[in-house]
Design a protein around this ligand. Structure first.
Ligand code: KG4
Ligand code: ZN
Length: 355
């Protein structure tokens, strides 16, 4: 398949992954991710100060590696530089943004700031040499990560409506906190997912928050407290079997809520396609439950490839390429907590798409 689109080098440093990628449109030429998991694991979560310091130490190496893997000798072979401008840890974001600015200035290339969650939306359309990249078409997105849990209607590029969101903890945060309670380390999602595969999801009935409410919002702090209360009452799981049952029961509660609300949103919007993106979209239980719901209800379902669910720069590059093609390019403006809907502000001071 012929490749179309701008060739972009992107840098992502919003949290605890130092990443650089080169894509042409949404076809990935190189994607390098240096994880800081080991740095933060002993603290049970991300320490912002340490994150910035480690980004500084590894970012140049990561950019060089991405250039080499994409067989790029010079920056002038690119059409643009992209960076994640937020949301995220400000100190961490600044490392990527400053290097991006320097590279763009040195090679006289335009710089494109990308909203981190808009990047996650593009993770579902990424492809490599073997798999052709998919087009970015209107869909319903379930965005599930360590900092976000949202259902968004993607009406087109830079045209996003948040239909529902968590009122307290993000779902990934709930996984991480429950894993911490169980002494399973950080990040909690992958290990709980693995253990859940060997457990009985019906062993313990954990609460399904807000299921009976007629909205598309979520809440996960009650579930986290329910796990804590269970541990206080019954003590730590005494065997691997008990641990697996607890993980499976926790995951069943999470998945049931996420799938029910996603199905409700699909019904309300009549979206033909549902995408799952973000770190938690790598969850095997969630992926199979959403695929089953899609089959039963006749909508198509796309989950980002597991390697592109977590933070990476390929998704940032692909989002930037789409914006370049559509003429919706901004410059960079570091921010720590703008919502996805703010990514609609596509030309400074004016809206790309207003109802
Ligand atoms: O998207 P991401 O890499 O970073 C943020 O932008 O937050 O998401 C990280 C989150 C963590 O909370 C991690 O525990 C969770 O994604 N996660 C998972 C799985 N893999 C990663 N949660 C559930 N199941 C998984 N397999
Ligand atoms: Zn993320």
């Amino acid at each position: 398949m012929a490749t179309v689109g701008a060739r972009v080098l992107a840098i992502e440093s919003s949290c605890d992954e130092t990443a650089c990628a080169v894509t042409t449109g949404s076809r990935v030429e190189a994607s390098v991710v240096a994880s800081q998991i080991e740095v933060h694991a002993r603290f049970g979560g991300v320490v912002p100060e340490l994150a910035s310091r480690h980004h500084l130490g590894s970012i140049v190496h990561v950019v060089r590696e991405a250039m080499a893997r994409a067989r790029l000798a010079k920056l002038s072979e690119l059409d643009a530089i992209a960076v994640t401008e937020g949301p995220g840890l400000v100190g961490a974001l600044l490392v990527g943004v400053q290097l991006g600015r320097a590279l763009a200035a040195a090679a006289s290339l335009p710089i494109v700031g990308v909203h981190h969650m808009e990047g996650h939306l593009f993770s579902a359309v990424l492809g490599d040499d073997r798999q052709a990249a998919r087009p970015f078409e209107p869909h319903l997105a379930l965005l599930v990560s360590g900092g976000h849990t949202e259902l968004a209607l993607v009406r087109g590029l830079a045209d996003y409506v948040i239909l529902g969101a968590t009122r307290d903890d993000a779902v990934g945060e709930a996984y991480d906190k429950v894993a911490k309670m169980l002494g399973l380390g950080y990040p909690g999602g992958p290990v709980i997912d693995r253990l859940a595969g060997d457990g009985d999801p019906g062993a313990i009935l954990f609460p399904r928050a807000m299921l009976d409410q007629d909205n598309l919002d979520f809440s996960f702090s009650g579930l986290k407290t329910a796990v804590l209360t269970r541990l206080e009452k019954h003590g730590e799981p005494g065997s691997r079997e008990e641990l697996c049952d607890l993980c499976a029961s926790f995951q069943a509660a999470v998945v049931e809520v996420l799938v029910s609300k996603t199905v409700r949103a699909q019904r309300a919007t009549q979206a033909k396609s549902v995408h799952a993106v973000g770190g938690v979209a790598a969850n095997r239980g969630l992926r199979s439950a959403l695929a089953r719901a899609a089959g039963e209800r006749g909508f198509s379902f796309v989950a980002a490839e597991p390697r592109y669910c977590g933070d990476n720069a390929a998704m940032i590059a692909a989002a930037a390429a789409a914006r370049i093609e559509a003429g919706l390019v901004l410059g960079v403006d570091v921010h720590s907590n703008r919502t996805l809907e703010d990514a609609r502000v596509s030309v400074r001071g004016s809206r790309a798409s207003v109802d």
